[in-house]
Design a protein around this ligand. Structure first.
Ligand SMILES: [Zn+2]
Length: 212
């Protein structure tokens, strides 16, 4: 079924003459599993070290994002997604081993990102799990890079594979996870403002509904 076709899409949601994507329209924009704000959920618990909290949440968001991408991965092919992007105005490039900036298909980009994150999370020198080991100076930079890259995967899923999310009725799960992710990123200033642009309208909706 084409959810972007006549059934839901055409009549409402025009913005500056451009069709709003379905996930910005009602009822999808409010679909959620949790009512109320996520700000309390993301705040640093008392007596918890901030780096520990960043580390635990990095693991969790990585695993959940991986699950969601896995749910749509068979539809994210080099043919359908020849570049990693989030909408028509936002393309992401990859920096290869020779420091060259290259465009690669979305599934390859996501594979590189997820492999890189997995390796960083498993690297005891960056993410120490044993007690008594200090977090290194580059730890927070690594966390920021993880959040930037996970955000891009969210943005790609929303912009290009949302129909598949609807097909398995996971829109409430995805919105809840994304709101949690954004709320956390904001609390600890983990994603640059310019990076947020492809999802800015949706984040504004979450703000207005006092979800984040
Ligand atoms: Zn794709």
């Amino acid at each position: 079924m084409n959810f972007f076709g006549s059934k839901f899409g055409k009549s409402k949601g025009k913005k500056d003459g451009i069709q709003k994507p379905l996930w910005l329209n009602h009822p999808f924009v409010e679909a959620t599993l949790v009512n109320g704000s996520l700000r309390k959920v993301v705040a640093l618990p008392r007596y918890v070290d901030v780096n520990e909290w960043l580390a635990v949440n990095s693991f969790d968001f990585f695993n959940y994002t991986n699950l969601f991408y896995g749910a749509i991965a068979e539809f994210c092919t080099p043919k359908d997604c020849p570049v990693m992007c989030a909408g028509q105005n936002c393309e992401y490039t990859w920096t290869d081993g020779q420091k060259r900036t290259i465009k690669i298909p979305a599934p390859q980009y996501v594979d590189y990102v997820m492999t890189w994150i997995q390796n960083v999370l498993n690297d005891e020198n960056v993410f120490p799990t044993k007690s008594g080991y200090e977090f290194p100076r580059e730890f927070q930079n690594a966390v920021r890079t993880i959040f930037k890259q996970l955000f891009r995967i969210f943005a790609h899923i929303y912009h290009h594979h949302y129909d598949k999310i609807l097909h398995v009725s996971a829109e409430g799960h995805l919105n809840t996870l994304f709101a949690h992710f954004i709320s956390f990123a904001r609390e600890f200033d983990l994603i640059d403002k310019k990076e947020i642009a492809p999802m800015a309208d949706f984040i504004a909706e979450l703000d207005q509904a006092q979800r984040i």
